[in-house]
Write a protein that binds this ligand. Structure first.
Ligand code: SIN
Length: 328
């Protein structure tokens, strides 16, 4: 039987509170991976051959480039093994969509032929700590193992609350509900039902990627990565925050625009000047649902992937990796 490698990184799924009634005041990233797996397997599903590793133990709001590098390397090492079918990552919900998207971009460039074999990375998380009376972690982890073992799972996916998402489409949209993630207009990839996967559409194959990206990601110390910031356009925006970032040496900016990725005129003017100084600035939308409808070319370009607009946090990752590759 092919193995699933489980990499644990912390989050609420590994969180602990003082009482079983507590689902808000708790400490994330406390329980070790062995305890998480024990709880998932207690749901009756012991059919997978597993190998587990506690990679880090953090609240995902504190995610760092060095951890992303470590995670990408651990995934690539596991997926290159002929006895491994997939990797499951336990993660905090807060930056799950960023780690998922980062891994989708970066692992596509990793050496080996496992991408053509359609191997998968599945991220999962929980909204309630492991100590909660009705914790969602064990079921979510059990679902992630089932999904990872499914031969149709390919690329980087996420599963939470019985819903399966593609890395490029998943976003956290709710701070409390168990059903906290949405695929936006793209719709779900699949549903988890009674220990099996009901696919609604085919998971996309790993994208083509420049293999130099992998070396840059692994060989560039975290302290030398480009500095790319996210700034929102809002009522009464001024140019000052952008100018301060430029002065502080920012290498790239993503502006989280209003509505259809529009920018306050002061910010737009400052962004145009920043571009003239060689600092790339991209636009995205701060709207939670739907996505930007590309219109006429504008001074500040829209952040796109394969012609589709990106959310601000994903646009930031694309710009970060673009700048990292350009530095090679
Ligand atoms: C985290 O993102 O690590 C904490 C919050 C969560 O997992 O829901």
């Amino acid at each position: 039987m092919e193995k699933i490698v489980v990499l644990a990184t912390g989050g609420t799924i590994a969180g602990e509170a003082a009482s079983a009634a507590e689902a808000v005041a708790y400490q994330a990233a406390q329980r070790p991976v062995a305890a998480l797996l024990e709880a998932a397997q207690a749901l009756g599903d012991g059919r997978h051959a597993l190998e587990a590793r506690q990679l880090v133990q953090i609240d995902s709001k504190d995610m760092e480039i060095a951890i992303w590098q470590q995670l990408a390397q651990a995934c690539a090492d596991a997926l290159a093994r002929p006895d491994v079918r997939a990797v499951v990552i336990t993660h905090g919900t807060d930056t799950l969509e960023e780690t998922a998207y980062f891994l989708q971009r970066v692992l596509a460039a990793a050496p080996g032929s496992w991408q053509q074999q359609g191997k998968a990375v599945v991220l999962t998380a929980a909204m309630r700590p492991a100590t909660a009376r009705l914790s969602d972690g064990p079921q979510n982890l059990a679902d992630a193992l089932t999904l990872a073992a499914d031969a149709r799972a390919c690329g980087v996916l996420a599963v939470v609350a019985g819903k399966v998402f593609a890395a490029s489409e998943v976003s956290k949209i709710h701070p409390y509900r168990l059903d906290a993630f949405s695929p936006g207009d793209a719709g779900l990839l699949a549903w988890m039902e009674e220990g099996s996967v009901r696919w609604l559409r085919t998971a996309a194959p790993w994208p083509q990627a420049d293999s130099r990206l992998w070396r840059q990601v692994q060989d560039t110390p975290a302290s030398d990565w480009p500095w790319v910031e996210l700034l929102a356009s809002h009522a009464c925006s001024s140019a000052r925050a952008l100018q301060a970032l430029l002065q502080a040496g920012v290498h790239g900016l993503v502006l989280s625009g209003t509505g259809n990725a529009t920018l306050h005129h002061s910010l737009e003017q400052a962004a145009t000047l920043a571009q003239q100084q060689g600092v790339p600035v991209w636009r995205s939308s701060r709207c939670l649902a739907g996505h930007v409808v590309p219109g006429a070319a504008a001074a500040v370009p829209l952040a796109l992937e394969d012609g589709l607009p990106l959310t601000p946090v994903k646009a930031r990752i694309v710009l970060l990796l673009d700048l990292l590759l350009k530095a090679s």
